[in-house]
Design a protein around this ligand. Structure first.
Ligand SMILES: [Zn+2]
Length: 83
């Protein structure tokens, strides 16, 4: 799946740089915090996803969620949990 460029840019800005070491791991669910995990899987942020996305699958996120909502969500979880 090809990621829209604006989303990639938003994540690059928001997520901490990898430094070639292990990815940040979700404290609650212990999965690596990949983009997909954050957008559709992470149980820690399910309430926030409902609030900002209102959809359940990555396909729906891509097709139906406005980019400003994605960015607002990323900022929200980054602010709360310092991913
Ligand atoms: Zn998680």
């Amino acid at each position: 799946m090809k990621w829209p460029q604006r989303w990639v840019a938003a994540f690059v800005v928001t997520l901490p740089a990898g430094k070639g070491e292990s990815q940040p791991v979700s404290e609650a669910c212990h999965f690596p915090h990949t983009v997909k995990h954050i957008l559709v899987k992470c149980t820690c942020y399910s309430a926030a996803r409902q609030r900002y996305f209102g959809v359940a699958t990555l396909k729906d996120v891509f097709e139906n969620v406005a980019s400003r909502n994605i960015i607002a969500y990323i900022k929200y979880i980054g602010f709360c949990n310092r991913i």
